[in-house]
Ligand binder design. Structure first.
Ligand SMILES: Nc1ncnc2c1ncn2[C@@H]1O[C@H](COP(=O)(O)OP(=O)(O)O)[C@@H](O)[C@H]1O
Ligand SMILES: [Mg+2]
Length: 198
């Protein structure tokens, strides 16, 4: 089994959490925060179906709003872009998006198993291409799209869409972290946060 914490250190990605307070906004006031990462804050809308996601990383903003973003079974549905509602300490604007609510991978479920296999495939490819430095993740992901893997066609298709997006938008893949892979209530694997900007 791979050591994810060690992997992130190796890749220069510390498990930092965004320090910013949630900006005051009529859609958010009084609603509970249910998730936070290095660049985003997730707030429950309260209807059981949707969340508000405050994204500060341009990579995430492109991923969720670009007309040619990856879409389909394994990517989150974005319902609305409510615009810029403040600025993060990093200097990037906070964009407020409304998207489908997703769930953490359920321990020992087939979806968690699939996610771990993908992370393993990706990790092996990264090891193989580690001498490329900054280009490693990008090339490793491309490599996965050209290698027959024991995964469904729809997941293989999602990897291709993600690789195309990474190439087009000059962002880097971030799928070595199980927090960035989530599931729907029906168990579908969703790439919830698969890219970052170096
Ligand atoms: N659509 C969602 N529904 C529910 N929780 C989510 C959703 N997207 C992300 N989260 C939660 O919020 C955390 C941070 O989100 P993430 O997209 O990983 O942001 P970051 O870009 O900061 O890493 C995730 O680890 C997850 O627990
Ligand atoms: Mg994340």
């Amino acid at each position: 089994m791979i050591d994810l914490a060690a992997a992130r250190v190796k890749l220069g990605r510390d498990p930092i959490v965004l320090p910013d307070p949630v900006p005051a906004h009529p859609l958010l006031d009084g609603k509970p925060e249910i998730g936070r990462g290095e660049y985003s804050i997730v707030i429950d809308k309260g209807d059981g179906e949707r969340v508000y996601k405050l994204v500060s990383s341009p990579a995430d903003y492109f991923l969720h709003t670009a007309p040619d973003r990856p879409q389909g079974t394994h990517f989150p549905v974005v319902y609305a872009d409510h615009g810029i509602i403040g600025r993060a300490r990093s200097g990037y604007p906070f964009h407020l998006l409304e998207m489908e609510r997703l769930y953490p991978l359920e321990d020992k479920s087939p979806t968690a198993d699939l996610a771990m296999r993908l992370i393993d495939f990706y990790w092996s490819a990264c090891e193989q291409w580690s001498r490329l430095g900054m280009d490693m993740g990008r090339i490793a992901l491309y490599h996965l799209t050209t290698t027959p893997l024991d995964i469904s066609d729809s997941v293989q298709e999602a990897l291709r869409a993600l690789s195309d997006f990474v190439e087009e938008y000059h962002v880097l893949p971030d799928i070595l972290n199980a927090n960035n892979l989530m599931m729907r209530k029906d168990g579908t694997l969703v790439f919830s946060d698969p890219v970052f900007i170096a």
